[in-house]
Design a binder for this molecule. Sequence first.
Ligand SMILES: O=C(O)CCC(=O)C(=O)O
Ligand SMILES: [Mn+2]
Length: 214
Amino acid sequence: MYQPSLRLWNQAPTIAPCQLEAIAIPDGELLWGEHFWQEAGEDADEVFRRLHDQVAWRQDYITIYGRRQPQPRLTAWYGDPGATYCYSGLILKPRPWLPILQHLKSQVESAAQTRFNSVLLNLYRTGQDGMGWHSDNESELGRNPVIASLSFGATRRFVMRHCQRRDEAKVELPLNHGSLLVMKGKTQHHWQHQVPKTVKPVGPRINLTFRLIR
Ligand SMILES: O=C(O)CCC(=O)C(=O)O
Ligand SMILES: [Mn+2]
């Protein structure tokens, strides 16, 4: 699964406060909880089912090189009133919080020791759904945003590359059922990330990225 040129998540992790492991990368800060949701004593399968059934999933369209095409995944945007988010030419007005999302938010806030007011959800239906290279660096996220990424369902590869130093080894994390990855500090200035498509048969995956819209 891993390529030798990649820096792996489990190289010399150190335990940080809030029981997440710090992963050392240049020009960025990552915290990782491989079994975050299970360690919180919660049922990850049940969360997947509830999110799958209760979230108002939508198919958005984006224009790439003049061609309008469906995003290769379903999405949803929830948050406090006024937490409007613009990315890839889309303007997302928040839906009001569902109880399940409020519960997830409070658990993640206590682990990441910060406050969030919104969440972007992605549903990757099959391996043909994915997300291309990008940074979460929209102006409404502020200068050094904390992005907390919670995953349920099938494990997908999450790959990071340094934007300025292409000789820097890529970082790859298998974002598995119940895992939490927090990206903070200067990470969004210096790194891009993606969830590559795969021809391997994989089941559905739901990812939530909690954010603070300023
Ligand atoms: O699905 C993931 O793990 C990544 C999602 C992501 O990068 C985003 O929503 O901006
Ligand atoms: Mn992102």
